[in-house]
Design a protein. Structure first.
Length: 389
């Protein structure tokens, strides 16, 4: 294997606490055998004035850099922006020397980093798209267009594109990526596989069974209508909502409020990621209900599906691409009638043997396996790239 370190360019990162999403899972695993520096995107200059530049070591061989007031985001005038790009390149070279980083690649996670990466000396570049990012700005057409333009620029300069679903990978192909691969999200297998040994949280101990759980962010992609239909059609089932609320329209908030007013629905809110397996232990079925008329749902690869499976839970999910390869294990539902029927079957079929089978499947989708696959993809393409130069 050749030696290459990594300069990573992500969205704004919080390394302490929070959800263990794709970036926070892959980068520490890459850092086990190479040096990795992750860069926050520059922030708008008015905010940057209050923020000093900062380099922080966040793990073994893993550092995080915030540009702060040294290199704020300036779109105009062009002369100032060009000068900042030049100085930013000098700082990146200085950081590489300071940290002993040798031959390195660029690993880009978000289109917002396109102006930064394009302003640096050209290198072998990997674009790792874990979402359909333009859908983040579905209500702001100008931001959506800017995101698409930036992603097209990244796709054209990247030697490798990685998408968490085939839908995202195909989008990268259409936007000019040379070669693409599908690497679904994964799971911290051992964190969830032993949740049967966890102590049930006090705030759910008094909730009767059967308990259905929706664990994850309650957002514009969550199908509150589906959850409402399930809860009203089967009032003897108890629905637990575990996660924060974010990014909803006024209409969706009304749907959520209507759902929360049902007597068999329990809004538990955001829980620390470090204890989320305790709540998995208290469930009988894991639900992944998404609005299928929203682009982000079609593109997404649900982290929670793998976590449910690692916990041994039966899963009922909307037909999103991320579960297409799991149809032999995950129950798929579209209409309210299908949701009720599939949950009934899941409750009846939840045997110890099936729990072990689900966990065994999840084991093959661990983040360790995902990281090894990502390294093999990059290594193969990197060797070909070097030989062609």
């Amino acid at each position: 294997m050749s030696e290459w370190d990594v300069l990573s360019f992500s969205e704004k990162m919080q390394w302490q606490g929070g959800i263990g999403h794709t970036i926070k899972q892959i980068l520490p695993r890459l850092a086990q055998s190479r040096k990795v520096v992750n860069f926050d995107p520059p922030i708008e200059w008015r905010r940057a004035i209050r923020c000093p530049a900062k380099l922080t070591k966040v793990g073994h061989n893993l550092w995080h850099f915030e540009w702060g007031r040294l290199f704020p985001l300036i779109r105009r005038p062009h002369t100032a922006a060009a000068a900042l790009r030049f100085l930013r390149g000098i700082l990146v070279r200085y950081l590489c020397i300071r940290l002993g980083i040798g031959d390195h690649i660029y690993l880009v996670w978000n289109p917002c980093q396109a102006p930064v990466v394009l302003g640096l000396p050209p290198r072998f570049t990997v674009y790792y798209a874990y979402d359909l990012f333009e859908q983040w700005h579905y209500d702001r057409e100008e931001w959506k267009k800017e995101t698409i333009i930036n992603e097209e620029r990244l796709a054209r300069i990247s030697e490798v594109g990685i998408g968490v679903t085939e839908v995202i990978a195909e989008t990268l192909r259409q936007r000019g990526c040379r070669r693409t691969h599908v690497v679904p999200n994964g799971v911290e297998y051992f964190k969830f596989a032993h949740c049967g040994q966890c102590r049930e949280p006090e705030d759910i101990a008094a909730i009767p069974r059967p308990r259905l759980g929706y664990v994850g962010g309650l957002s514009e992609y969550t199908s509150f209508r589906t959850l409402y239909e399930v809860a009203t059609r089967r009032p003897d089932w108890h629905l637990l909502l575990v996660g924060p609320t974010r990014g909803m329209t006024s209409e969706q908030r009304e749907e959520l409020n209507r759902l929360m007013n049902l007597p068999n629905v329990y809004m538990l809110g955001l829980k620390p990621y470090e204890v989320i397996e305790n709540y998995m232990h208290g469930l009988d079925v894991g639900l992944a209900a998404f609005e299928m008329d929203r682009g982000g749902a079609f593109g997404g690869s649900s982290l929670k599906v793998y976590e449910y499976l690692a916990a041994g839970l039966p899963v009922v999910a909307s037909p999103i691409p991320g579960v297409a390869s799991l149809v032999d294990t995950v129950r798929i539902a579209s209409s309210p009638e299908e949701w009720v029927y599939q949950i009934e079957q899941a409750l009846e079929d939840n045997t110890p043997d099936l729990r072990r089978q689900r966990q065994e499947l999840a084991k093959h989708h661990s983040w360790d396996e995902r990281a090894r696959y990502v390294v093999s993809i990059i290594e193969t393409a990197y060797q070909e790239w070097r030989q062609s130069r």
